[in-house]
Design a protein around this ligand. Structure first.
Ligand code: PRP
Ligand code: URA
Length: 209
């Protein structure tokens, strides 16, 4: 069974309260999502391996630590996942970014794929799938399955708000994928929106309705 990490850092929780507020407009919403993503990236990358290398300071030689191991890939689920990319790239500027376009059919609530462009070497990367909302889990499950089909073996899922239904869905389908999340809300409503949630993340990011 995969692990669920709730990111309860005070800065993350404070910014989360601001993005939940219906009076927060798109500009501020986007900035806050980016800031939260950067703070979450800090925690999500805590287990990246290091290796010792020799460098020379202006004073003398020394052994010091640098990142080693697999390279990282960020995979936003379009559209709303796009809002989290810059925050991650601020801390991981060399990461490659793959895109998966999915939308929830409003009738069936099933994810429909409309775009996919991934780095060619997904099998050699630690992939971080990002999407602000984990509701039924259908979109995350489809995106993860998609990149697994392309050969990815190391995947983490990072979301801002989830609910028990979505977390259980991902854990059941992809028990190898750890979930990093800022809040686990109460439940889904009849339209599969998270309660209390923040509404439609894509619409709030991009000012659409
Ligand atoms: C939202 C959200 C997730 C999905 C979550 O995207 O960004 O991708 O819903 O719901 P699920 O867990 O029930 O699949 P949406 O389909 O609204 O598309 P958008 O990002 O283009 O707004
Ligand atoms: N997608 C969203 O953007 N918000 C929800 O609450 C559920 C799915």
């Amino acid at each position: 069974m995969s692990k669920v990490f709730e990111m309860n850092h005070p800065l993350i929780q404070h910014k989360l309260s601001l993005i939940r507020d219906k009076n927060t407009g798109s500009k501020e919403f986007r900035e806050l999502v980016k800031e939260m993503s950067m703070l979450m990236a800090f925690e999500v990358t805590r287990d990246l391996p290091l290796e010792e290398v020799e460098i020379e300071t202006p004073i003398c030689k020394m052994m010091t630590k640098v990142l080693s191991g697999r390279k990282v890939g960020i995979v936003p689920i379009l559209r709303a996942g796009l809002g989290m990319v810059d925050g991650f790239l601020n801390l991981l500027p060399a990461a490659k970014v793959g895109h998966i376009g999915l939308y929830r059919d409003p009738q069936t609530l099933e994810p429909v794929e409309y775009y996919c462009k991934l780095p060619t070497d997904v099998n050699e990367r630690d992939l971080i799938v990002v999407d602000p909302m984990l509701a039924t889990g259908g979109s995350a499950n489809a995106a993860i399955q998609f990149i697994k089909n392309k050969g990815a073996a190391s995947i983490k899922l990072v979301c801002l708000i989830g609910c028990p239904e979505g977390i259980a869905a991902v854990q059941n389908t992809h028990p190898d994928v750890d979930i990093y999340i800022a809040a686990i809300d109460e439940k889904l409503n009849d339209h599969a929106y998270i309660i209390p949630g923040l509404g439609d993340a894509g619409d709030r990011l991009f000012g659409t309705k």
